[in-house]
Design a protein around this ligand. Structure first.
Ligand code: HEM
Ligand SMILES: *[C@@H]1O[C@H](CO)[C@@H](O)[C@H](O)[C@H]1NC(C)=O
Ligand SMILES: *[C@@H]1O[C@H](CO)[C@@H](O)[C@H](O)[C@H]1NC(C)=O
Ligand SMILES: *[C@@H]1O[C@H](CO)[C@@H](O)[C@H](O)[C@H]1NC(C)=O
Length: 522
């Protein structure tokens, strides 16, 4: 999903072009409202008055998109019907509206056919981009039962512990080599990447190459290319006319095609390798535990359905959905802790008191460290890394809050807006983990939904929670953290579709003296 959520493809150029076009077309706008929707089956939801021909309301969109959409909601209401260029879009910004459209109704379950779904979603057939129907249901079922079930995740807990330990060793090495200053963005990305690779395909660049942070940085570079292309940021999806201006804008479509080809080749090679090792009886335990092994075993029973292509695209979907989002979350947690040293201290005390300094924290310690969970939830509230979820589309005409919404409308729900609404959360831009203490999921309702909600809810929620929790727990237990200067950590957001820290986090860090005994034995 990061492929969909990250939006580093440069929207600024696009905005300039849009404004330029808008200027020329401004004179026509008054005619717009009377002509549109002549076959009205009821009143459409409200929309900001000024909608230009061709570009619709796109002129209102600024970086960061989730913030500018949240402003629109404050100004015009939580249910809006916008024209994003040629596409009608229903924008939801309140928990009630989200519940009505995504939980109580079955209409908004399709995905719009956007370019990333064509090239990055295997021609709209992978889990994230497939339309609602038997194929999608099957993919979700396989993921839920065979890959991401509590039992499977339990089997994989050993992998996550190993990954955590090797991460600590790399950190200590990096600290010594760089006089205590560490660039944490790559380090954390390497940790989640290692986790996802070992769980999904049973191998990882660390296992193979046993390189230091350098290996992670190199691999990150390769992957980053694929994160640049994303979901709703592809302006051509909304302004088909821009296809003609391609020469001036440069199109990510060619880039996307090339990337997906690279990735498919990578997956094919991987399956070949796996089968060969299995035939020779050389499969390591790590590979036998991996999800690719489970899927290739299912292939033996039903080779038609579990084709290589289907397995490859399923694994890629999980890989793309899980790596970037989880890493970005851990980076936000650490940044917030550095800007709030009292919270960091309290978290360390909680671990020292409940776990002690004679062993590393483990996943099974989770229930004994409630404050740590509050810190993570508060971070996901303030910085949900998929702030606009993925776009949905309606498969039928329907009514929302009494308004008529035509079939084929795109739906965007603004998770960020709900999480940062002062009417829902007191003083929302203030980091206060305590506000989550004693709260249960049931009382949180749709006020808190970092993983989205409804039929298309993130299938990786439990896995993400486990990975993020363990990463934060070991960072807090094993190391002391300080900012590199007196200035607060810069919390600026990239401003695209994903909510990623703009300036990579650099910190001063050292192993905690009280943990030396444990750390020296790793
Ligand atoms: C902090 C981490 C994560 C966050 C914040 C996050 C958030 C989200 C959100 C908001 C959606 C869109 C829901 C919707 O369309 O209504 C989504 C979908 C998805 N996520 Fe995640 N996610 C995270 C981790 C993961 C992980 C670890 C995996 C894989 C194991 C994953 C795989 C997916 C997939 C495949 C979809 C598309 C589901 C579908 O269309 O049926 N995500 N995620
Ligand atoms: C993508 O799928 C459509 C049917 O949904 C099909 O007509 C088209 O040929 C496919 N394109 C590719 C490149 O496979
Ligand atoms: C499989 O294992 C055998 C014996 O350990 C070894 O000789 C052979 O090279 C291995 N094959 C592969 C492909 O690694
Ligand atoms: C934290 O969020 C998770 C969902 O991500 C939820 O299950 C849990 O109950 C929350 N915990 C607290 C203390 O709010």
């Amino acid at each position: 999903m990061m492929q969909l959520l990250s939006m580093d493809y440069d929207i600024d150029n696009i905005i300039i072009v849009i404004k330029y076009v808008a200027f020329y077309l401004a004179t026509y706008f008054t005619l717009k409202h009377t002509i549109l929707h002549s076959k009205v089956k009821g009143k459409l939801p409200p929309r900001p008055f000024l909608s230009f021909p061709i570009i619709g309301h796109l002129y209102l969109f600024k970086r960061p998109l989730y913030r500018s959409l949240a402003h629109l909601a404050v100004k015009y209401g939580p249910v809006l019907y916008l024209k994003m260029g040629a596409r009608p879009v229903l924008l939801l910004s309140s928990p009630e509206a989200v519940e009505e459209c995504l939980v109580k109704s079955d209409v908004f379950v399709d995905r719009p056919r956007l370019l990333p779904g064509k090239h990055g979603g295997n021609n709209y057939t992978n889990m994230a981009w497939s339309p609602y129907g038997d194929h999608w249901k099957n993919l979700r079922r396989i993921a839920a039962v065979e890959i991401l079930s509590p039992q499977r995740l339990q089997i994989l807990s050993g992998i996550r512990a190993e990954v955590a330990q090797s991460f600590i060793c790399r950190m200590i090495k990096d600290i010594t080599e760089n006089d205590g200053i560490v660039e944490m963005k790559s380090a954390i990305f390497g940790l989640t990447l290692d986790n996802m690779m070992r769980m999904l395909i049973g191998k990882s660049n660390y296992v193979e190459a046993s390189g230091g942070m350098e290996a992670s940085r190199r691999f990150q570079k390769t992957m980053e290319g694929s994160f640049r292309v994303s979901g709703v940021n592809n302006i051509e999806d909304f302004l088909p006319i821009l296809k003609y201006f391609k020469v001036f804008l440069g199109s990510p479509e060619e880039f996307m095609k090339k990337l997906i080809k690279e990735k498919n080749t990578f997956m094919e090679g991987l399956m070949l390798e796996h089968r060969e090792l299995e035939r020779e009886g050389n499969l390591s335990d790590g590979r036998k535990r991996a999800m690719i092994h489970v899927l290739l075993s299912l292939q033996k029973e039903d080779p038609h359905y579990y084709s290589d292509e289907m397995i490859g695209s399923l694994i890629l979907a999980l890989f793309q959905g899980g790596t970037d989002t989880s890493a970005a979350t851990v980076e936000w947690v650490l940044s917030l802790l550095l800007n709030n040293p009292k919270v960091l201290k309290k978290a360390q005390e909680e671990i020292d008191t409940n776990i002690g300094n004679t062993r590393l924290v483990e996943e099974s310690d989770k229930n004994n460290l409630p404050y740590l969970q509050c810190i993570i939830n508060e971070t996901l509230r303030m910085y949900p890394t998929g702030p606009l979820g993925l776009p949905h589309e309606s498969r039928d005409d329907c009514y929302v809050g009494g308004y008529h919404v035509p079939k084929g409308s795109m739906l965007i729900y603004n998770i960020w807006a709900v999480h940062n609404d002062p009417n829902i959360w007191d003083d929302p831009r203030n980091f206060k983990p305590e506000r989550f203490s004693g709260l249960e999921k049931t009382t949180l309702g749709y006020n808190f939904m970092p993983f989205g909600t409804g039929k298309r809810i993130c299938p990786g929620e439990h896995l993400a929670n486990k990975m993020i929790w363990l990463a934060v727990a070991i960072l807090v237990q094993c190391f002391d953290w300080e900012r590199t200067s007196n200035d607060l950590i810069d919390m600026e957001e990239t401003g695209g579709l994903s909510l990623v820290k703009l300036v990579p986090l650099r910190v001063k860090c050292c192993p905690r003296p009280c943990m030396m005994n444990v750390l020296s034995e790793l």
